[in-house]
Structure formats: structure tokens, C-alpha cells
Design a protein around this ligand. Structure first.
Ligand SMILES: Cc1cc2nc3c(=O)[nH]c(=O)nc-3n(C[C@H](O)[C@H](O)[C@H](O)COP(=O)(O)O)c2cc1C
Length: 348
């Protein structure tokens, strides 16, 4: 851990987790955090949907829900940044406390419930920024919505013009009933409506699924995505499962679990998804990435882009550079000259 972050962590780790997140956002807005000093080596570059990303390490949704600091996050060295989830109308989310560090387990439990400023505020911020880097927009539904699919359509249509890719997040465990949208009929209906709404915009459309999906669920999800020629799947969101190995007293809090306790499960579900997708479209791997080895395992299991959030809570921004250094060393050790050569290596 870098010295400057060790000092900041001393204070942040004593704060309520959501207060610490608020301070991190303010620090990013202030421009005071040190960014990445040099460019990434060409061997870390990846091609995705006809674009070139400097590296395959992305920031997962949920950190910058309202698109307040996408550029400061890109400057930390991420190859891609995903903002959201965005809902059509502003909403408060669940009562606090709703975000918990499981320090003993290097995990996080959250039941945020999509708090956010809503579509109009996010659109205004995205419209005001000069386009640069690779910024994805993740959309969801309001808790009290009568037609959830209509919420995804509204957000996608309004934000497609500002997005390098769009994500339909049908896997948050904290909006009751949302995960039923992963069912074959519901998912197909939802995605068709979104595709129609953004047909003129030519932005890649991706689905984010739960790591709790069963093999049968995966059969259905992948069949729908292949049938509709969806551009990618993110595997995945937080888990409702609670591994027996958890030691933190907060392990019984309700919500989605992320971070280290999720790593193996999420990589396994990614691998099963990749087996079904058969390289028809790219995959994005998220869940418990905290080292170059974790990122490399996801790439070998079929991910072109890897995302992380929770381990930033414990390691801070220096984590991004460390993961990239470790990943480079692992690629070299195994004789891969680029990330692309290693994608899906464990599936062959
Ligand atoms: C506090 C918190 C808020 C999150 N909010 C969202 C969200 O709004 N939309 C979404 O798709 N995923 C959200 N996620 C899930 C993350 O994007 C990611 O898929 C998951 O945490 C697994 O990655 P990680 O172990 O690196 O955190 C959230 C995660 C956390 C910890």
C-alpha cells in the first residue's frame, strides 16, 4: 500500500463506510489525488467493440452512481469506468446504514437500493464533459416503478448518446423483484425494447447478471443474448450467498456480498458463461478482483475486460497500478505477448 494512502486509510477505515465513500468522491472532485504518471505498455491494451482500451482493468458500477467524477477515475489508470446504476427518477435508496465493511474477510455487504440523483442530473453531467476514455453507463429501475422495463428503456434512450457502452443491470439484489428480469421471457422482452429504443445510436448493449445464476439460468440468459445479438455480458454483480468461511460479525447483514469472498464464485460463473457464449461476444468479469492474479484468472476464464470496486475500499487507488504490474508479469511468465492472447486460455 502506498504511504500516502496508508495515512488516508488510517482515517477512512475509522469512518462509517458510506461517509468514507463520500470523502473519496470529494477527494476525486478536488483533483488532489495523485493520478497515474505514465502510459500503459502496449501489451496491456485490449480491443473491445472496435475500440482500443489502454488496459483491461475497469471500475465497476456503483462507485460513481451519478457520473460526478468519471474523468478523475480514468486518470487513476482505469482502462474503463462504468457510471450508475442510473434510475429515471431520483430516489433515496434504503435506510442507512446500508454499506458495511467486512474487514476480517476483505469483503463488503451493501443494500444501497439504487440511491441516485436520477436520469436528468446524470445526463446533464455527461453532456457537459468532453468525450474521452471509455465510459460505460449502467441503468436500472426505480423501486416503485409500475413498468420496470420502461425504466431501462427511458434511461438507455436518454443516455446512449453519451455512453461508450450501455449496461442493463438486471442483477441488483437490493431492489425487490429486480432479478426476476433475468428470466428467459422477461429478459428477452426487456432487451428487445431497449434495442429498439437505441437502434439509431449504435452503442454496444450489455447485460449484467448475478453470480448466483444456476446452470439452467445461464442456459436461458446466454440463449437470449445470443439470439438477440447482445454485445456482451458482465459476470457479475454481488452475491446473496454467504460462504461458511466468513468471519466478520457483519456477515449476517442483509444485502449483496462482494470482494474477496466472491472471487472464486464469480470467476467460476464467468467460466461457465464463456463456455456457453462460445466467443460470440465479449465478456466482462467482475467480483472480488484485488490482485493481478485475480484479474488474470478472469481473463483466462474468458473476460476481455475486468472490473473491480470492493477492493478499492481496502487498498485505495494504488491498487490499480499494482494490479496492472502484476498482470504484466503473469502474462510474460506464461509467454503471452498481449492480454488478447490470454483471453479464454483456460477454456481451450
Ligand atoms: C457499494 C456498492 C454499490 C454497488 N452499486 C451497484 C450499482 O449501482 N449497479 C451495479 O450494476 N452494480 C453495483 N455494485 C456491484 C459492483 O459493480 C460489482 O459488480 C460487485 O461489487 C462485484 O465486484 P467487486 O467484488 O470488485 O466489488 C455495487 C457494489 C458495491 C460494493
Amino acid at each position: 500500500m502506498a504511504v500516502w494512502y496508508r495515512a488516508a486509510d488510517f482515517f477512512l477505515s475509522r469512518l462509517d463506510a458510506e461517509a468514507a465513500h463520500g470523502l473519496a468522491l470529494r477527494a476525486l472532485k478536488s483533483g488532489l489525488l495523485p493520478g497515474q504518471r505514465s502510459g500503459d505498455p502496449p501489451s496491456l491494451g485490449v480491443a473491445l467493440w472496435g475500440r482500443r482500451l489502454a488496459n483491461p482493468i475497469g471500475l465497476a458500477a456503483g462507485f460513481d452512481k451519478n457520473a460526478e467524477v468519471p474523468d478523475a477515475l480514468l486518470d487513476l489508470g482505469f482502462g474503463a469506468v462504468e457510471i450508475g446504476s442510473v434510475t429515471p427518477r431520483p430516489q433515496d435508496g434504503n435506510p442507512r446504514p446500508r454499506l458495511f465493511r467486512l474487514s476480517e474477510d476483505r469483503g463488503v455487504i451493501n443494500r444501497m437500493g439504487f440511491p441516485g440523483q436520477g436520469l436528468d442530473a446524470v445526463r446533464a453531467r455527461l453532456a457537459a464533459r468532453p468525450r474521452r476514455g471509455f465510459v460505460g453507463v449502467n441503468v436500472g429501475a426505480n423501486k416503485d416503478s409500475a413498468d420496470r422495463a420502461a425504466d431501462y428503456v427511458a434511461c438507455s434512450a436518454a443516455l446512449a448518446a453519451y455512453a461508450d457502452y450501455l449496461v442493463c443491470n438486471v442483477s441488483s439484489p437490493n431492489t425487490p423483484g429486480l432479478r426476476t428480469l433475468q428470466g428467459r421471457v422477461e429478459l428477452s422482452g426487456l432487451l428487445r425494447r431497449v434495442q429498439d429504443a437505441i437502434a439509431a445510436k449504435r452503442v454496444p448493449l450489455v447485460v449484467k447478471i448475478a453470480p448466483d445464476a444456476s446452470d439452467d439460468d445461464l442456459d436461458d440468459i446466454v440463449a437470449v443474448c445470443r439470439d438477440l445479438r447482445i454485445d456482451g455480458i458482465i459476470v457479475g454483480n454481488t452475491t446473496l450467498s454467504r460462504p461458511a468461511s466468513l468471519r466478520s460479525p457483519r456477515r449476517t447483514e442483509a444485502g449483496g456480498l462482494s470482494g474477496t469472498p466472491l472471487t472464486a464464485l464469480a470467476t467460476e460463473v464467468l467460466r461457465k458463461t464463456a463456455q456457453r457464449v462460445e466467443r460470440q461476444f465479449p465478456l466482462i468479469g467482475a467480483g472480488g478482483v484485488g490482485s493481478g492474479a485475480d484479474a488474470y484468472a478472469k481473463i483466462r476464464a474468458g473476460a476481455t475486460l475486468v472490473q473491480l470496486y470492493s477492493m478499492l475500499v481496502f487498498e485505495g487507488p494504488p491498487l490499480v497500478g499494482r494490479i496492472k504490474d502484476e498482470l504484466l508479469a503473469l502474462l510474460a511468465r506464461d509467454g503471452f505477448s498481449s492480454v488478447a492472447d490470454a483471453v479464454g486460455a483456460d477454456l481451450r
